[in-house]
Ligand binder design. Structure first.
Ligand code: ADP
Length: 461
């Protein structure tokens, strides 16, 4: 029972059935009482019409004619079914048909009721104490001093109303059965679509990542749930694929430096070396370890920024100063390759964002521009505020990037074939992109192989 109570199908069916039952019972009750009151109204009309006939007879012929007529009339009916009584306003009975089965039918109260009534008659339903029968009693004047009281048993009407009541009861019962069944059917159909979502989730849990919710468009809300679920699954699958790729890349990129460190260590054991050789090997090991540490730290920085664990700071600083300092730092490296490093910056370039992240963006792009530009080339760093947009360009006359490589260079660990000879792990541009986007900027690249590349950043200020 507890399990059943928890079932959505059961609850929806019950809700539907209860609502339907309450509403239809209410509807039928109102209908029944309306029929009941109309029946009584009609009965009163008939009795009043009859009283009116006696009133006319009284006015035109006289009391004796009325008395004769009511006795004639009473002979046609069973005395239990109908009675006639004529009395005056003091409650003195002038004549009456056989009322032995009617008990004590009130006159005085009726007289005062009649005085107040504006319909010209007083009518009420009584229950006869002896037989428990119901009857309608109508009292109306037939002359200024006399009243006629007609009583009519309700039995026939009651029988007819009872048939009607029974009919309604059967009808309500049938309707409730139909309501429960159709409620159950409706809920079942809706939940069938829901269970498709559940089944899809179960299949995915069991490793079938390709599985999607089959949408049949029967119910709008469930269709939306299924579509959203599928979009979520697509994203999860993409995420899993990119994590898989990252794992492969990490494994690959960790293996090389580790293999080199192992090689160095092996060489140390195999042969006797001079103290200088040992020092050199230690230096190589430190360098390899630095590469590894750098790689791991960059990976963590990218992941943290992408996951929003560390949000970009909001601080004001001058970009011209930041970029000039970065270029001064790379001056000696550029000089070593006879690369001309030009700066085209305004005197001041106020910026609001994360200073540390901006430093890493600028140094990475500058480092790449110098790294991938052969001897005697040129690197130009320019920045300008162009009506609400801050644009920064890193332009070089380097080896360029092929059309095939361009869409991939911002992926983690992606390195173009031609750059394998250079140091690096392929994380720089990925970090640049993540950091740029964390400050609501964007990065674009244009490149022509063997001619050069331009990396353009733009931020709204
Ligand atoms: P890396 O550590 O290899 O430099 P990056 O993520 O910084 O990694 O760059 C990814 C790849 O994009 C590089 O391996 C290189 O092939 C290409 N690349 C980046 N900047 C330039 C550039 N200025 N000119 C030519 N190729 C570039």
């Amino acid at each position: 029972m507890a399990k059943l109570k928890k079932s959505l199908l059961f609850r929806l069916t019950m809700l539907y059935a209860v609502t339907f039952t309450v509403l239809s019972t209410l509807g039928f009750t109102v209908f029944y009482y309306r029929i009941h009151s109309v029946t009584i109204e009609r009965m009163d009309d008939e009795l009043y019409d009859e009283a009116h006939v006696y009133e006319t007879l009284m006015a035109e012929v006289g009391f004796d004619a009325v008395r004769e007529e009511i006795f004639n009339q009473s002979k046609l009916e069973d005395p239990e079914e109908e009675f006639y009584r004529i009395f005056n306003y003091n409650g003195k009975v002038l004549t009456s048909t056989d009322m032995s089965t009617w008990g004590n039918v009130d006159m005085h109260e009726t007289i005062s009721e009649l005085k107040k009534s504006d319909t010209g008659y007083a009518a009420k339903t009584i229950v006869l104490s002896e037989s428990d029968r119901k009857a309608r009693i109508l009292t109306a004047p037939i002359s200024p001093s006399t009243l006629i009281q007609i009583g009519e048993s309700f039995e026939e009407t009651e029988e007819y109303l009872e048939i009607f009541r029974n009919l309604l009861f059967v009808l309500i019962t049938i309707l409730i059965v139909i309501a429960v069944f159709s409620g159950w059917l409706l809920a079942k159909r809706a939940l069938m679509d829901m269970s498709e979502v559940t089944r899809a989730a179960e299949d995915i849990t069991n490793g079938n990542y390709e599985r999607r919710v089959r949408i049949n468009g029967r119910f709008m809300e469930i269709e939306r749930l299924g579509a959203t679920f599928n979009v979520m699954l697509d994203r999860i699958q993409n995420l899993l694929q990119s994590m898989q790729q990252i794992n492969d890349n990490i494994a690959h990129d960790l293996r090389s430096p580790l293999a080199r460190i192992r090689g160095i260590a092996e060489m140390t054991i195999v042969k006797d070396k001079s103290i200088d050789d040992y020092k050199e090997m230690a230096i190589s090991t430190i360098e390899e370890c630095d590469t590894l540490i750098d790689m791991i730290n960059t990976m963590l920085d990218i992941t943290e920024s992408e996951a929003g664990v560390t949000a970009a700071k909001v601080e004001s600083f001058d970009l011209t100063t930041l970029m000039t300092e970065a270029c001064e730092l790379f001056g000696p490296v550029a000089e070593e390759k006879d690369i001309q490093l030009d700066l085209d910056l305004p005197d001041a370039l106020p910026f609001v964002g994360d200073k540390k992240r901006m430093q890493r963006i600028v140094t990475n792009l500058l480092e790449n521009a110098i790294k991938y530009t052969p001897k005697n080339g040129t690197v130009v760093v320019s920045a300008a505020n162009d009506s609400g947009k801050l644009n920064i360009d890193f332009k070089d006359t380097g080896i360029g990037i092929s059309e095939n490589d361009l869409p991939n260079i911002f992926n983690r660990f992606y390195r173009c074939d031609h750059s394998r000879a250079q140091g690096g792990v392929g994380l720089g541009l990925s970090l640049v992109k993540t950091y740029t986007e964390s400050m609501r900027g964007n990065i674009r690249v244009k490149s022509v192989p063997n001619k050069g590349s331009v990396f353009s950043l733009s931020f709204s200020v």
